[in-house]
Design a binder for this molecule. Sequence first.
Ligand code: C2E
Ligand code: MG
Ligand code: MG
Ligand code: MG
Length: 292
Amino acid sequence: SAKKAGRNTHSFYMPVMNEDATRRLRTEAELREALRREEFVLHYQPKVSLATGRLAGFEALLRWQHPVRGLVPPLEFIGILEDTGIIIPVGEWIIGQVCRQLLLWEREGAAPVPVAINLSARQFQQADLAQVIERIVGASGANPQLLEFELTESLLMADPESAAATLAAIKRLGMNLSIDDFGTGYSSLAYLKRFPLDTLKIDRAFVRDLPEDGDDAAITQAVISLAHHLSLKVVAEGVETLEQARTLHGYACDQIQGYYASRPLPAAECTALLARGQLIDRALLAAPPVRL
Ligand code: C2E
Ligand code: MG
Ligand code: MG
Ligand code: MG
């Protein structure tokens, strides 16, 4: 019983530890080792220009190559990395790894395309984040203009004043900034113009039921129009069908990302896409949305 166990200091907390907590602790210990064991890997998901159908950039997405569990998706461990602060060294590894990848692709003779990196709240709270980024990118020799950072609304709104300062410092390094999952967070449109952003990414929740859902169609068109008036480029996330792509093309959306164009891919598989450039036939995109 708990009372009995209570007399034994070593097992005092055991009765209240459920299976989830135990599993979480084990995962945390494994995550502390994962960086040293080089178990983290980045996959890259293409962004495609709707005007041309060509590859416009990549987004780096973290995976954990677990020795037993296989390839673990980020939603199963990013939270633990955040809560424990392990995201700080892992985040620095991600930035360095993207820089190394940019140089590798360049050496392969590929025309350069920008690569976006997701930043977490914990990373963003670092007062010296811009200096950290500058140090890593500077040491790598990668072109800062090919780097982009994606930040969510909630992350920016947590402390808008200090967020604005950090964003400005990153902009001064020559890098680009995107607002990620737009429309799902706690948004304040007033801040859109105060943050030095380049791109707005519309969350896939608004894309999923296009073009049938009239509300989503209205929201998506309004957000694209707003973004363009603020001189922001627009990327639609989670585009899974040609019909969605055509609809967004009709709304003058700039780029799409999603399974229709490509799933996130290991770096080696991106080489062929970089060489090809053309990912979607332009004529397909320009045609009016199919109505059955
Ligand atoms: P996100 O930055 O919004 O990334 C988009 C997510 O949607 C990715 O999931 C991607 O695989 C998925 N996705 C892309 N196209 C489609 C589609 O057509 N349909 C559907 N249903 N899903 C699609 P992933 O890779 O599992 O990442 C989930 C989230 O984890 C990311 O959302 C981001 O918030 C976070 N994350 C991923 N990598 C990193 C990282 O390196 N650092 C940080 N801090 N967070 C990361
Ligand atoms: Mg993202
Ligand atoms: Mg997103
Ligand atoms: Mg997301």
